[in-house]
Design a protein around this ligand. Structure first.
Ligand code: NAP
Length: 308
């Protein structure tokens, strides 16, 4: 590579350094492609907000999420992947060379792997905006330790809500899970752990209508959906796990479902030649680290074939 301009050209631009993006990087670099990964946060993506990754094969004791992300990064770098810390500004996916403009400069790639994942969904109720970071959190691993011996609510009934509610029992004096139905969505083994935990109470059939507090969160306003009765519940913290939304708004021209997840075939190909989508951003049945990694490996090898 000679001039500055040439250094900005890659066989593969990978957008996102979660398990999907970094596995694509490992496979692509190891196969001899020049690969650049662009990430605005920590390597590891969503998994870096997880205390313990328990179900990735080969780690019988589990592994800390941040450590897992760092290991992925090191492995990709060992094969020659370049990782830049930058936010995406614009993306042009048509044509032989795809263009990605970021806060760290402009990059051209013969292929693009979209691995930008998802972000937490908001409830969109009064007080949420004002009290975010003042008692309202979307990351128990990050903020749980601030609530030692305090009362916290967890909103949601999926795997994330239940797993993080269990994690919060390590610190909090009490954990109240607030779920809109009378049945959890989480897998049975997590449900069982939660429902048998002495420090967890569940408010069934209940929706959060608002958050209240002056300088910090003081209470949540809830409504029972069966009888419409309203109540105020005093809490020090509220952790929101009501699902996620895909970070797909940058990507025009690729097919998306009604929720914004990118549609690919089994080989991770979008409708645009040389453009792949992998991991949680893709419409798929199972959003797990192991399926994200598999997506990344497939996309990289399909790209090798495309470039040949
Ligand atoms: P999720 O499975 O979509 O669950 C979201 C939960 O929030 C559901 O219980 C849903 O209620 C509730 N909800 C949605 N909108 C709401 C609203 N406006 N008001 C109140 N409640 C609302 O999301 P997730 O738990 O973040 O999980 C995302 C994906 O990651 C899933 O595929 C999950 O299996 C996976 N995951 C796996 C693990 C693991 O394997 N250890 C851990 C975490 C996440 P309903 O149930 O009524 O729809």
């Amino acid at each position: 590579m000679g001039s500055e301009k040439q250094e900005q050209n890659y066989d593969m631009l990978i957008l996102g350094a979660g398990p999907a993006g970094l596995t694509a990087a490992i496979y692509a670099s190891r196969a001899g492609l020049s690969a650049l990964v662009c990430e605005e946060k920590l390597s590891g993506g969503e998994i870096s907000a997880t205390e313990q990754l328990d179900n990735f094969p080969g780690f019988p004791e589990g592994i800390n999420g941040i450590e897992f992300g760092m290991r992925l990064e090191q492995q990709a770098q060992r094969f020659g992947t370049r990782i830049v810390s930058a936010s995406i500004e614009t993306v042009e996916l048509d044509g032989e060379w795809k263009r990605v403009v970021t806060t760290a400069g402009e990059f051209l790639g013969r292929t693009v792997v979209i691995a930008t994942g998802t972000q937490p969904r908001n409830l969109g109720v009064p007080g949420e905006e004002k009290l975010r970071g003042r008692g309202i959190s979307y990351c128990a691993t990050c903020d749980g330790p601030f609530f030692r011996d305090k009362m916290v609510a967890v909103i949601g009934g999926g795997d994330s809500a239940v797993e993080e509610a269990l994690y919060l029992t390590r610190f909090a004096g009490g954990v109240l899970l607030v779920h809109r139905r009378d049945m959890l969505r989480a897998v049975p083994y997590l449900q069982e752990k939660l429902l048998n935990h002495p420090n967890v109470k569940v408010l069934w059939d209940t929706v959060v209508k608002g958050f209240a507090g002056e300088a910090k969160l003081e209470k949540i306003l809830v409504q029972n959906v069966r009888n419409d009765s309203m109540a105020e519940v005093p809490v020090d913290g509220a952790f929101l796990y009501v699902g996620r939304i895909p970070n797909s708004s940058f990507f025009n021209g690729v097919e998306k479902d009604a929720n914004g997840y990118i549609i690919t075939n089994d080989e991770m190909e979008t409708k645009i030649p040389g453009v792949y989508a992998v991991g949680d951003i893709r419409r798929k049945f199972l959003r797990q680290v192991v399926t994200a990694a598999a997506d990344g490996a497939i996309a990289a090898m399909v790209a090798v074939r495309y470039l040949a």
